[in-house]
Design a protein around this ligand. Structure first.
Ligand code: VIV
Length: 295
């Protein structure tokens, strides 16, 4: 049976209330989280939106998110954009400035810019986790999800050797049911033949839903990619008419650097719920300064 249409999903705060209370109650009952006494509304809403307000599925996602973080400390405990600035400065990654026609965020990863001698797969993975944490705070992204384009031009044995079965498991699990974001599409372009063995490690653990959303475009991707993305939003390097890839990467790198403090708070928080950290924002600092100047 089909779930509710997007337009019928509860969306203003009055309608959200009962769902939030019910997820909070279920989360506090779950033994794994019994030590945690609070969950902010904003944090719980991410999981509810990611699962179209099905409370049981949202709880499962919340528990999987906690477990993934716990089992992947080499990735989840060090979210610092400054620590991977060298990689970001190679124009490895961008979130495009414009959403696609359905409202999804569009992410680009240029794997060829990653030199596996300089950066470990864990460091590379952290970039994705940082971006995911940031965009998952946006209401529109919580509703409309994301689409990712992976440019595998330059994929080499050095890259392949970094992806062992344990990491492949972590990739498929975060794509399927361990992060509160709707993955609406994964588009691989320029994938060489010898990417297949790596994909074969990841694929078996993906949910059927995600498997169906993976598209392999090959080297002649301009025509097929434009079936999914409109030209005004894509960079010219990908056959579009939007800002060039360097500019998009630079702007997103700036965004990541501005989010440094927030990311470190998420990484060090026991559940990743930053909304409940008291002095997380610049706002409280501004208030302090204001009070000073009035004295
Ligand atoms: O991190 O929604 C072998 C997506 C991705 C995320 C995270 C979230 C998410 C779509 C990934 C995609 C990228 C955290 C929440 C899985 C990080 C991948 C890091 C590795 C080291 C890159 C190596 C290259 C891959 C290329 C193909 C991967 C696709 C089959 C997804």
């Amino acid at each position: 049976m089909n779930g509710p249409q997007l337009s019928e999903l509860p969306d203003d705060s009055e309608q959200l209330g009962p769902y939030v209370s019910s997820l909070r109650r279920r989360a506090l009952q779950a033994s794994e989280l019994s030590a945690v006494r609070t969950f902010s509304d904003g944090f719980l809403i991410r999981f509810l939106r990611a699962r179209d307000f099905d409370v049981e599925l949202s709880l499962k996602l919340l528990l999987n998110y906690q477990r993934w973080r716990r089992e992947s400390p080499e990735i989840s405990t060090c979210l610092s954009s400054r620590s991977v600035l060298g990689l970001l400065n190679t124009s490895y990654h961008a979130v495009l400035p414009q959403r696609d026609h359905t409202g999804s965020r569009v992410l680009i990863y240029r794997i060829g810019q990653w030199n596996p001698k300089d950066w470990s797969a864990f460091q590379v993975f952290r970039v994705s986790l940082m971006t995911s944490e940031i965009i998952s705070t946006e209401t529109e992204t919580q509703r409309r999800g994301l689409k990712a384009i992976f440019d595998l031009q330059g994929w080499s044995l050095g890259h392949a050797l970094q992806i062992n079965p344990s990491l492949a498991r972590k990739i498929s699990s975060i794509l399927s049911d361990s992060f509160p974001l709707k993955v609406r599409g994964i588009h691989l372009v320029n994938e060489p033949m010898f990417f297949r063995p790596v994909f074969a490690m990841i694929r078996p653990f993906l949910s059927d839903k995600i498997k169906q959303r993976i598209h392999m475009h090959g080297a002649d991707f301009h025509d097929t990619l434009s079936d999914f993305f409109s030209l005004p939003i894509l960079p010219p390097e990908y056959g579009g008419e939007g800002p060039c890839i360097q500019e998009a990467c630079q702007n997103w790198t700036d965004q990541l650097l501005q989010s440094e403090k927030l990311l470190q708070q998420i990484a060090s928080h026991p559940t990743g719920d930053i909304a409940i950290i008291p002095e997380d924002s610049l706002i409280s600092e501004e208030v302090k300064t204001e009070q000073h100047s009035e004295e």
